[in-house]
Design a protein. Structure first.
Length: 487
């Protein structure tokens, strides 16, 4: 079979310029999804081209994505990334992957054994917000999560990422091996702290002494990760195949921009990702907050109100002057004032760059995709700034309009009366509440009453209930486009 590994590729394709046979699996990555391929996989690849480092990655998908893993194995673990600017595209073949595994293909034990290999120094993750099995409002382990309950009953046969990490650390400890660093690369506020708290609480339920060993010996650096990487579509794959000169089922397209800020806190060494443009800093939290609130917060605003307004892609919303202005105001008036940034950070320039990135017409980033998992995303994208404005008596109408947009969206019916395919771990509960109220403003306090999403200080706050209710009523009366234009 012709693959990217055994076919001469078209000229202009950038190939790995280092000896891949020197690579050793020192990183096990959980979550070979769209994002990792265009971000950590590519940063590692570029670091390898510039150093004599031997850090290679074993890719693991724990949920879905089995065919991606099969394809990656068939093509010598090579895959391609197309960086699409507004006018030109650059295609790179990435060589940093050494192995790829899936529980359905290799079995749970083989993956645990891989994580317990002595030279493995980092277990990294892009497992989506829900992969942390935490309560979205508090960020603490959700012991009612069925995956957690099952893994605590059978810890030797885990299913969740937390269960795999805890069991692999247990094997390493029993074998007298040093621990690995756990590095989250998800869009979760204080992602390292959330991963640490969830893993410690999970381990505590099994063995308090082992929990203390993890706390003493394992580190959980926080990271701020940024690159817009829409899910691949048949068109993306076919476009990239034309550029390459052969099919690559693992190919992914993304924007040219990329950013990675990493807390320099690794227990067993780390690659020099800085040579590929990453930044190692002592405290990532301000950068994470800036990105989550300004980029992701306005993304969610555009996703709900854009979808309801009939826009399929983020770049389509940017062609509407009302949405474009509202997104910029969401960044600068609703989110930026709530941030405390290191001296010299230019938030206005950051916002202008974000608008430019959102405008890139080559990226087909669906509003529907970003609207997914809102129950997990809204608290960290909007909660902090909402609290800031309540405390300061300042205007938060962009945030409450975004929340109203989410409420209208999770009803499952769009403005033209068509069904919306709402994907969310809490979708059933949300739909039940919406069905009870119909399209009536009484749904607002009912949804704000879900404490897993809205802490009481926000969900029960009369000012918040009032502002979301007004925005929701405007969506019912005037529709999304007019509501956004009136902001
Ligand atoms: P994707 O849908 O392509 O991949 C999701 C990955 O998560 C898959 O590898 C899947 O196996 C894994 N996964 C899903 N549920 C899981 C669970 N319960 N436990 C363990 N693993 C689970 O999504 P994509 O685009 O790769 O995004 C993944 C995450 O990366 C996002 O949720 C976000 O936190 C972060 N991210 C994504 C960016 C993007 O533009 N796509 C940019 C910045 C961060
Ligand atoms: C998006 C992010 O899907 C979403 O929720 O807001 O994946 C966004 O594209 C990235 O965080 C950009 O770095």
């Amino acid at each position: 079979m012709k693959t990217i590994a055994n076919t001469p590729l078209n000229s202009g394709i950038l190939l790995p310029e280092y000896d891949r046979s020197r690579l050793v699996t020192r990183i096990v990555h959980l979550g070979f999804g769209a994002f990792h391929r265009a971000h950590q996989g590519l940063f590692t690849h570029e670091m390898l081209a510039k150093t004599d480092s031997d850090w290679g990655i074993c890719e693991v998908n724990l949920f879905g994505g089995e065919s991606l893993i099969q394809s990656l194995c068939k093509q010598d673990h090579l895959y391609s990334v197309a960086e699409k600017g507004a006018e030109s595209t650059e295609v790179k073949v990435i060589g940093s992957v050494t192995e790829a595994m899936h529980p359905a293909k290799n079995g749970i034990q083989a993956i645990l054994e891989k994580m317990a290999e002595p030279q493995v120094a980092i277990v990294s993750m892009t497992i989506t917000e829900k992969g942390y099995c935490t309560d979205p409002a508090t960020g603490k382990l959700d012991k009612n999560n069925p995956l957690v309950q099952q893994d605590l009953l059978t810890p030797q046969h885990p299913k969740s990422a937390l269960g795999y990490i805890v069991q692999a650390l247990k094997l390493r400890r029993e074998r007298g091996l040093p621990p690995f660093t756990v590095m989250s690369c998800d869009n979760v506020q204080e992602n390292g702290h959330v991963a640490k708290a969830a893993i410690l609480e999970f381990a505590q339920s099994l063995d308090a002494e082992f929990r203390d060993w993890i706390e003493t010996h394992v580190t959980f650096p926080c990271t701020m990760v940024d690159r817009i990487v829409p899910a691949a579509t048949p068109e993306t794959l076919s476009d990239i195949a034309t550029l390459l000169g052969c099919d690559d089922p693992c190919a992914i397209a993304c924007e040219p921009f990329r950013q990675w800020v990493i807390e320099d806190n690794f227990v067993a060494g780390r690659p020099d990702w800085n040579v590929a443009g990453a930044e190692f800093v002592a405290d990532v939290v301000p950068y994470e907050e800036m990105k989550l609130r300004m980029l992701n917060g306005s993304h969610s605003f555009l996703a709900y109100l854009g979808y309801l307004g009939g826009y399929d892609h983020i770049s389509d919303t940017m062609t509407d002057a009302g949405y474009r202005k509202a997104a910029f105001d969401m960044m600068m008036k609703a989110q930026a004032p709530s941030l405390t940034m290191p001296a010299g950070t230019d938030l206005q320039a950051y916002a202008m760059l974000l608008i430019e990135r959102f405008t890139n017409p080559s990226l087909k980033h669906r509003t529907w995709q970003i609207a997914m998992d809102g129950s997990q995303k809204i608290p960290q994208r909007m909660g902090g700034s909402l609290k800031y404005h309540l405390a300061n008596g300042t205007d938060f109408s962009w945030i409450t309009t975004a929340i109203a947009g989410w409420m209208r969206y999770v009803s499952g019916i769009d403005e033209a009366g068509n069904e919306i395919d709402v994907r969310d771990p809490m979708a059933e509960q949300l739909r039940r509440i919406c069905d009870q109220h119909g399209f009536h403003v009484s749904v607002v306090p009912a949804l704000l009453g879900i404490e897993a999403i809205f802490p009481r200080e926000l969900g029960q706050n009369p000012q918040v209930i009032d502002a979301v209710s007004r925005a929701y009523q405007s969506l019912l009366d005037n529709g999304a486009r007019a509501t956004v234009a009136a902001l």
